[in-house]
Design a protein around this ligand. Structure first.
Ligand code: TYD
Ligand code: MG
Length: 452
């Protein structure tokens, strides 16, 4: 018998090479190439289009009706989805083990089961384990159908038979197709099963939510290809040590990206947090040095987050720069701007910065808050009480505007902040009640205004 032909598939990008090597030539990741048996069927289906074939028409002639959405029963979950789960869409949700993926989806499914046919497919837990969880969540009365199954063909058969409006697949990594020779959980299997389910969704209009495992780097296990074929990619972030869970939209064809849903893990499942800004601020009697409140904009919602800095004399020739939840490379840049344009040097100081509450902030509008927190810690002088800031810092020491400035200012005023230090072009045209705004153009000006 002829030996099966093998090739090597990268588990990070899905790239294929004929011979094993340490580094993937497509994405430059190390040790990601896995031996896979070449399967003509998988190769053929990869070139099959996801959407059903249709004739060519002009854009103007296509009738584009508003997508219809269903509520998941949780305001925060609806928000990250862009206002509810779109009928016939495919959602991929990733996160660390034990962070609450199954809990969130079981709650949503039980809610939606009241109005439409649903199906929960689990390859991770047995039906009795899921039922036990449902009892703990207070969902025992739900008659949502469960299916403990991992074979793709049987799952598809059941979906075609029942025609549910929503299917949750608890973990796409456990699903395997008997038609492929590769092992369950391998790149080829995950990719093939996900694309077959997506195709089924586009043909039949069933909404499918796939739960995905993440690697230790925090990206979805399996090739990035998964993220390309689905409509929406959500990630759980934040650490499992706190009881708060953040769900962020990473890609969304039906809503804003970076939208953040905030949940608290209680003994009866995940509950939405309606005023998340309070989570990311430390409540204290007196102001302390090294703390600055940032107004950040996550998706469509402004959030107030406390940025903390600790600047301390370094005892080694290479001082440490550490950032938790904020961009590490921007910290080095900000320290250089601080030295060059405000004459404040940190070259003999260790600098640590942290965003409170485990939230990750990638937007450059956080710069001014980081800068002020660093200077506040260095000078050992707290910033004035009731101050909130935002603004990007440029290499020329200029303070650049941030998008949606008015919304940020209104949120700060709503939460009782009395002073806002903002970029010149973000200054409000009409005064905001209860909020004094200080508009600045340069770093040195921002520093003198903050402590005047
Ligand atoms: P789970 O949804 O199983 O996580 P995942 O599917 O992402 O692996 O979440 C399990 C964790 O949540 C577990 O550590 C227990 C905790 N939990 C609660 O605190 N309260 C609850 O009501 C439930 C169901 C789970
Ligand atoms: Mg789970």
């Amino acid at each position: 018998m002829a030996r099966p032909k093998v090739q090597y598939v990268c588990s990070a990008c899905g790239g294929v090479v004929a011979k094993w090597q340490g580094q993937c030539p497509h994405c430059a990741e190390w040790n990601t190439l896995e031996e896979t048996i070449v399967d003509p069927r998988a190769a053929a289906s990869r070139f099959q289009s996801i959407a059903p074939t249709q004739p060519v028409v002009a854009i103007a002639d296509v009738s584009a009706e508003e997508v219809s959405r269903a509520s998941t029963g949780s305001e925060e979950f609806d928000r990250v989805l862009g206002g509810g789960l779109v009928d016939g869409s495919v959602v991929l949700i990733g996160g660390d083990p034990g962070i609450g993926k199954s809990t969130l989806l079981l709650q949503a499914l039980a809610h939606m089961a009241r109005e439409r046919p649903v199906l929960y497919v689990s390859g991770e837990e047995s039906a009795s384990q899921i039922a036990l969880r449902a009892r703990r969540l207070g969902l025992e009365a739900s008659d949502a159908p469960l299916m403990a199954e991992t074979a793709l063909e049987r799952i598809i058969g059941e979906i075609e038979r029942r025609r549910p409006a929503l299917v949750v697949v608890d973990s796409i990594q456990t699903v395997y197709s008997a038609e492929l020779q590769s092992a369950p959980g391998s790149v080829a299997q995950v990719r093939e099963c996900a694309s077959q389910l997506t195709r089924l969704s586009k043909q039949t209009g069933v909404a499918i939510v796939m739960i995905g495992h993440v690697t230790k780097e925090g990206t979805l296990a399996g090739p990035r290809v998964l993220e390309h074929i689905v409509d929406t990619v959500l990630y759980f972030e934040g650490d499992t040590h706190s009881s708060y869970r953040l769900v962020r939209a990473f890609k969304n064809r039906f809503g804003a990206v970076n939208e953040l849903g905030v949940f608290a893990m209680t003994d009866r499942g995940l509950r939405g947090v309606s005023n998340p800004s309070a989570l990311f601020l430390t409540q204290r009697e007196r102001e302390v040095p090294g703390s600055c409140v940032l107004v950040t904009q996550e998706g469509t919602r402004p959030l107030l987050v406390e940025v903390q800095a600790l600047v301390d004399t370094a005892h080694v020739p290479n001082p440490r720069r550490l950032s938790v939840g904020l961009e590490h490379n921007r910290l080095a840049m900000l320290l250089a701007v601080l030295h060059r344009h405000a004459g404040i040097a940190c070259f003999d100081q260790d600098v640590f910065i942290n965003a409170v509450g485990g939230v990750r902030i990638a937007e450059p509008a956080a710069d001014l808050a980081v800068l002020l927190a660093v200077v506040s810690s260095l000078r050992d002088r707290p910033l004035p009480r009731g101050l909130a800031v935002f603004g990007e810092v440029g290499l020329a020491g200029e303070i650049r505007p941030a998008p949606r400035g008015q919304e940020r200012l209104r949120e700060a005023a709503k939460l009782g902040f009395s002073v806002a230090l903002v970029p010149r072009s973000n200054a409000p045209k009409r005064p905001i009640e209860g909020l004094r705004t200080i508009a600045v153009e340069q770093v040195d000006e921002a520093l003198s205004q903050a402590w005047d």
